[in-house]
Ligand binder design. Structure first.
Ligand code: HEM
Length: 393
């Protein structure tokens, strides 16, 4: 059998998917990935249209790309639903995720960032992911879903098990399903331990919604699983990707050291150029033709956002990393009714982390031979980004 034009399960693809995406955009932009039995859309226009046409490209039954995902991952997450089920649940959580509601998390995020960085200052070595980014987002989302400090390594480990893929593994493995069921058991017990009236944050909002009949118990558990994964894996990986890209582009890093107010702009460019959310899942609700290809009702579709974000028909010099670009037209946080609920939180965390990195370790150098990747078709980033810098007092 011919090598697929692009293979979301090939570990080589995770290291550098961009040449494969370029080939797909140029040669077969509506690509049928036969080994997995799903379509991949790689052009910005097609992905954007699919986001907007949420009646044709639906999320119900689209919890993950794998064909067995719906049976093996049974808790209902609101991401994998459509109106009115989705609207009802999103309305419970959305008010707590607006930038104004997150203000008080900034002080916690900075204090925790410093706690994680400071012990390394005297050693001159820090792994941006293994020592910092793998902890911080889990700690921050835990503030909102009340996971105590002593349980966080366990929850993070289960989430890592759920997303880990062996080379060319196209179905869910026992490890993936065990990670998911471990999270389900944890959040079953966790939600039972908390009384609605005494709970705060996203957990409190959901328990109160359950009490008022607005959310079922299974939905509460499913959404806690979703938040533990979404609030953790993607932001961890964005921070690692950003540290890596700024190391590759020292002149742009210097700009941030000299003017930290540029950091939010730089974050948008990292999201566009090397975002951590990779392929999003949809199902086709009615036959549709795209660029001459016929997608049938029931087909699975992957929306390749990081390919769309490098589409030269949308972004001039799309393959050039430029923190001054200032474009927010990327779809790294999705678009439309399912647009990322945690976007403001992810931006806050990443900004605070890079304000402290630029202040405390502006001279860092990454040890390239130590880079290690997580392997997953939906989330893209490193597990290890080791760095050296001049020892501080
Ligand atoms: C850099 C970090 C992040 C990235 C790149 C990211 C990316 C995304 C994307 C692309 C979607 C759309 C999924 C789709 O349309 O199928 C999404 C949805 C979502 N994200 Fe994030 N996310 C990040 C951080 C977070 C955080 C910190 C949270 C914590 C609350 C979060 C919670 C969610 C939730 C709950 C949804 C589902 C929204 C819905 O279906 O209405 N995300 N995210």
């Amino acid at each position: 059998m011919d090598e697929p034009l692009l293979d979301p399960y090939d570990h080589r693809f995770h290291w550098d998917p961009y040449p494969y995406y370029r080939a797909a955009r140029e040669r077969d932009p509506v690509y049928f990935y036969a080994p997995g039995g799903f379509w991949l859309l790689t052009k910005w226009d097609d992905v954007n249209r699919a986001f907007k046409d949420h009646r044709t490209f639906i999320n119900t039954g689209a919890v993950a790309l794998e064909k067995d995902a719906n049976d093996k991952l049974p808790y209902p997450m609101f991401l994998a639903s459509d109106a009115p089920v989705h609207t009802r649940q999103r309305a419970v959580l959305a008010p707590l995720m607006m930038p104004a509601a997150l203000g008080k998390l900034e002080a916690y995020t900075r204090q925790r960032t410093l706690q994680l960085i400071e012990p390394h200052l005297a050693t001159g070595r820090l792994d941006f992911v293994a020592d910092l980014a793998c902890y911080l987002p889990m700690d921050v989302i835990s503030q909102l879903i009340s996971v105590p400090i002593e349980d966080r390594d366990k929850v993070r480990g289960l989430a890592d098990d759920l997303i880990a893929r062996e080379d060319r593994q196209t179905d869910l493995s026992e490890r993936n399903v065990a990670g998911y069921m471990g999270l389900a058991q944890y959040f079953e017990e966790h939600s039972a331990r908390h009384a609605p009236a005494d709970s705060e944050g996203l957990l409190g909002a959901m328990l109160q919604a359950q009490q008022q009949g607005q959310m079922s118990h299974a939905e509460v558990v499913g959404n806690l699983i979703l938040l533990a994964i979404a609030g953790n894996e993607t932001t961890t990986k964005l921070i690692g990707n950003m540290a890596h890209r700024l190391w590759e582009h020292p002149e742009q890093r210097r700009m941030l050291v000299e003017d930290p107010k540029l950091i939010p702009k730089a974050i948008e460019e990292v999201l566009r150029f090397d975002g951590s959310s990779h392929i999003l899942t949809r199902r086709v609700a009615a036959d549709i033709t795209i660029r001459g290809k016929q997608l049938k009702k029931g087909d699975r579709v992957g929306l390749c956002v990081i390919s769309a974000n490098r589409d030269p028909d949308k972004f001039p010099n799309a393959e050039v990393f430029d923190i001054t670009r200032g474009s927010r037209d990327h779809m790294a946080f999705g678009y439309g009714v399912h647009a990322c609920l945690g976007a403001a939180l992810a931006r806050l965390e990443t900004r605070v982390v890079f304000e402290e990195i630029m202040r405390l370790l502006p001279d860092y150098e990454i040890e390239e031979s130590g880079l290690k990747r997580a392997h997953n078709p939906n989330v893209r980033g490193f597990t290890h980004v080791p760095a050296r810098f001049a020892v501080r007092g």
